[in-house]
Ligand binder design. Sequence first.
Ligand code: AMP
Length: 442
Amino acid sequence: MSFDNLSLIYQLQRALSEEGYTTPTPIQAQSIPHLLNGRDLIGIAQTGTGKTAAFILPILQNMSGSYSKPRPGSPRVLVLAPTRELAAQIGDSFATYGKYTRFKHTVIFGGVGQNPQVRSLSKGVDSLVATPGRLLDLIDQGHIELSSVEYFVLDEADRMLDMGFINDVHKIVSMLPKKRQSLFFSATMSQEISELAGKLLSNPEKVEVTPQATTVELIDQFIFFVDSEKKNQLLLQLLRSNHLDCVLIFTRTKHRANKVTEMLNKNRISAGAIHGNKSQTHRTKTLQNFRSNHLRVLVATDIAARGIDVENISHVINYDLPNISESYVHRIGRTARAGAEGTAFSFCAADERDFLRDIEKLIRMELEVAEHHYHSEKARNATGDAARPAPRQQKRQKRGSGKYKGTNKGGKSRDSSRNKNQNKMKNRNKSGRKRTKNFDRP
Ligand code: AMP
């Protein structure tokens, strides 16, 4: 299928072809026809599936049917996003896809001064992308009113709930006109999410592009059993391989994100951290440096990383396993964006063994075990009891002297690797052990 089959107006087609998009992604192919027909929609889609264009294109097209001069602070489109980064990216997408339409958009989020946002709103906007807190703030101050909203999008609804925005979302929805087109996107679908969707949507079409919470199939995934105090050494070894070009590292806490970043910079590996304690200016600058390859490594916590859309992330490294298993899917989805290939390495210490069990249950496969210099049988064989937090061992490690010299990419066909990942459940060897791959060989 090509974009021509979707009967998009010329202005949108022109913008898409300038972006080099020829074929709609599955979420786009399935959603756009329903949305052009004015239907409400619930989309279950992972990160990197192209869901932003899936909602922006039909909204711009539907709006173009009845143009009216934008009014100050009174948008026709409201997109709610959980984080500043995601809101900014959606704003960029409005600019890209709407380049040849005459619609105006603006983005508002907290953590920065409100004056430029208020000025932009006062000039009149058709589409408003907002995080919930700043939106409510500016509504309270009388800068925005929602009675003209015709199109409402709730993006990354699962993360909205995780971040405790549920009351804000209800408050905002209660201000919207009853007659509107509503779109609801979430990567995972829990009971709570279904209930929220039920309240917001009217007779929605449901589009699910991948089975719920399965792992992006193009990603090679490996688990490294390692004692907590050896994680830094293992990380340095992996990063000293030339193949790890553009690396996103996740830690569970902001403190750990800072520590890992410091450790890498001391070892002359350029790294920056983004998390909730960093100012918005710092986060934007760090992200820009990472995007432009001035930083090789970005270290992030889950919430800060939400919405990061950086092309060409070659490796995601889970320095800590997430304690919420859905986060694993979100994290590794940062590589392999829009059909590219990628690799995810996860470190698992003894006290994280239960998290690994939950992740493997969720993604319905076992991760391939990486053999490496710092391998810990203790971590590998830890049982439920060992999953209690281990005593803190924060001593800085000396530079690693291990043998790691290459990655899984060394001369191996990507297809063979992918097939192995997909068939992991079937592919345990006769002794019942997980299959392994040696990472010490070049
Ligand atoms: P999203 O899931 O909306 O964050 O999109 C992920 C990435 O895919 C973004 O970098 C988009 O620019 C890109 N993208 C979206 N749709 C297409 C398409 N049809 N063809 C190629 N790339 C796309």
